[in-house]
Design a protein around this ligand. Structure first.
Ligand code: FAD
Length: 419
């Protein structure tokens, strides 16, 4: 058994754990005995994958509407206390990372996530934060202090314990959700909502959809239930997957609603896709103009300047027509109206969603309402939970990493107040 008592142990060397340690080094806690215990062979594995390797680390328009949680009030207070401006300040002026803004998205100017991981690693090394690698914590108990046992049967003792173990997505990076079991002697079922994949792709059995594999369209998606009620909507890029499903940022942003509908037993879920980003009226007019210009061309060729050929073929096939055989002259106003409406709201049957290997973030986790304003478990002095392990999940666009930084900052502030 290790006989030293740490002032603070952080389980998990991901975004939240690394940032919390950095914030502690910057506080009155500086010089105290702090360590990160990480199950993997290096820290920041998932952080390195973010933003397609570019790390979209925050967003200049952080607000409550971009998140799901069980405690909106506390989340609102948290993101206004530690939001994008504070994050930018810490990255630029303490960690030395030059940031760049694209639209509202914030990236390191190198557009490399390794810049962010390295900046955190170097800062922790400079501040003598110990990083214990290849040690997966398997149990936690609470006596006078917190006692941790790892799979290799080592024991660590700490006055303050931060849980920064992530959710269940990309389990190859070390986040498996086993923390719920690990904490079961301290918490009970009322403390958490089971983890589920969020920000994930959707599967479909719509006939012929595989013909669109690899195609990207800029448009929007609306998720509707069997009564035709719109449950979620989002705009942006839609990607057709090789498995015959749909993905892309706007699809991932509404995937959470599909997970919920399936959980509720909804049997008929449709994704209505706008495949052009235009209104049906605009499309109708554009096709009519083309009909005047190129009446002799087959529809797929005649519309190729405004629609991808595969999209024309796919939608016309759905109408029972052959885009490559029929001339535009043969497309009467009624058919043009039908085609325009379908291009604005093509109904894709949704049969399921991508599992945790495909999802970018998890919903569920420890309830925010069970934590105090500093992420400390209520009535459990010294135990903090941060990052994706908490029931807060955002849409794509830097909101999830911002939550990691926000929650880590709040915990570091709370811990340093205990000195
Ligand atoms: C492909 C991909 C792209 C993404 N892109 C973005 C993006 O651009 N912008 C954005 O905002 N968000 C993005 N996200 C989401 C973002 O990465 C996560 O929200 C964030 O990394 C969560 O940080 P975390 O520290 O809470 O958890 P994690 O980063 O998952 O870290 C948890 C750490 O805890 C360790 N651990 C777990 N259990 C134990 C244990 N029992 N003992 C010891 N160690 C343990 C794990 O090994 C892991 O290193 C992306 C996610 C993915 C998968």
């Amino acid at each position: 058994m290790e006989n030293k008592v740490y002032d603070c142990l952080i389980i998990g060397g991901g975004a939240a754990g690394l940032y919390c340690a950095a914030k502690l080094s910057r506080s009155v806690f500086s010089g105290k005995r702090v360590a990160i215990i990480e199950g993997g062979n290096r820290v920041g594995k998932k952080l390195a994958l973010t933003g397609s390797g570019r790390c979209n680390l925050s967003n200049s328009e952080i607000d409550l509407s971009k998140y799901n949680t069980d405690d909106s009030n506390k989340l609102g207070k948290s993101i206004s206390r530690y939001g994008y401006l504070e994050t930018s300040d810490f990255y630029e002026n303490v960690l030395g990372v030059v940031l760049e803004q694209k639209g509202t998205l914030i990236y390191p100017s190198t557009l490399k996530s390794s810049t962010v991981v390295d900046a955190l690693r170097f800062y922790l090394a400079d501040n003598k934060i110990e990083t214990i690698l290849n040690e997966r914590v398997s149990s936690v108990s609470r006596n006078k202090f917190y006692e941790l046992t790892t799979e290799s049967e080592k024991t660590y003792v700490a006055k303050n314990l931060v849980i920064a173990t992530g959710g269940i997505t990309y389990p190859s990076t070390g986040s498996t959700g086993d923390i719920i079991n690990i904490l079961k002697d301290i918490t009970d079922d009322s403390f958490y909502i089971p983890f589920k994949p969020a920000l994930t792709s959707l599967t479909s059995d719509t006939p012929g959809i595989k013909a669109l594999a690899g195609i990207r369209c800029r448009g929007d998606v609306r998720i509707v239930d069997s009564k035709g009620t719109v449950k979620a909507k989002s705009e942006g890029e839609i990607l057709f997957t090789k498995e015959g499903g749909i993905s892309g940022i706007c699809v991932m942003d509404v995937s959470d609603s599909v997970v919920k509908l399936i959980d509720e037993g909804e049997s008929t879920i449709k994704a209505l896709l706008n495949l052009t980003g235009k209104t049906a009226g605009e499309i109708f007019q554009m096709i009519c103009i083309r009909r005047q210009m190129y009446p002799h061309r087959n529809c797929a060729d005649a519309l190729s300047g405004m629609l991808l050929r595969n999209v024309t073929d796919f939608v016309m096939k759905y109408m029972g027509l052959k885009g490559d055989k029929m001339t535009l002259r043969e497309l009467d106003d009624r058919k043009i109206a039908e085609l325009s409406n379908l291009l604005c709201a093509f109904p894709v049957n949704v049969t399921g969603y991508g599992d945790e290997d495909k999802a970018q973030v998890s919903s569920g986790g420890f309830k925010l309402s069970k934590l105090d304003d500093h992420m400390q478990v209520k009535n459990c002095q010294g135990l903090y939970i941060i990052g994706e392990a908490v029931n807060v999940n955002g849409i794509c666009g830097g909101y999830n990493l911002q939550w990691a930084w926000t929650s880590a900052s709040l915990a570091a502030e709370g811990i340093s107040q205990n000195v």
